[in-house]
Structure formats: C-alpha cells, structure tokens
Design a binder for this molecule. Structure first.
Ligand SMILES: [Zn+2]
Length: 113
C-alpha cells in the first residue's frame, strides 16, 4: 500500500524529532499532503494506526490537510486547477505550464509532551 510507505517515512522524522526534544507521548500529528500523491484519507489513517502501534505516537490523532493540484501558465501567468488529466491552460490554451501546488508531503507540526 502506497500510503504505508508515505506514513512510514514521515513517522521516522517525527520519532527522531520527538526523541531529540524529550517528548515521550505524541498526541497529534498534522500532515500536509498534495493531491498529486493520490493518497486516500482512509488509507492514511489506517497506515498511521498500524505504524504508530507501540511507538510514542500510539493513539495520536492524525490530521490531514490536502493541497489541491494547481497549475500555473508560463505564458499568461493564469493559475488554475487542471480538469481531468489535461494541464492545458484554461485561459489561453497554452501547454507551457508548470505545477505549483499538489506535490507537498510534510509534517506541518506535531504535539506531545
Ligand atoms: Zn495561459
């Protein structure tokens, strides 16, 4: 499951950071994830529960903030959400575009004591 490896990498970061800060119990983890990752909320929750078992994050709440895919046109600077799989500019039909949002994947913050 794709979500397992995503969460696993992130939990390693949280565990390391918590150890450095003498935190023995994490209560909440806030995750920011772009829609480009295609992760399903239920699968993220499930992965989080499995991977935090018997760790300092056991029982913590996982809050997920999803970032939409946003494309910016390099020709006319319009910003838009792509329709389907087409990344063509909705303002000028240019294909000269770049993705400026939707690939995020990081822990925004975590709370513990
Ligand atoms: Zn354009």
């Amino acid at each position: 499951m794709h979500e397992l490896s995503l969460i696993q990498n992130l939990m390693e970061i949280v565990n390391e950071s918590a150890a450095e800060n003498d935190i023995t119990q994490v209560h909440k983890v806030k995750l920011v994830i772009g829609e480009s990752h295609g992760a399903l909320p239920d699968a993220l929750d499930f992965a989080f529960q499995i991977l935090t078992e018997n760790t300092i994050c056991a029982g913590a709440v996982l809050e997920v903030e999803k970032k939409p895919v946003i494309i910016k046109c390099k020709d006319c600077n319009a910003e838009f959400k792509p329709e389907g799989i087409s990344y063509r500019c909705t303002a000028c039909s240019s294909m000269n575009v770049k993705q400026i949002s939707g690939r995020e994947l990081y822990i925004d913050y975590y709370e513990g004591d």
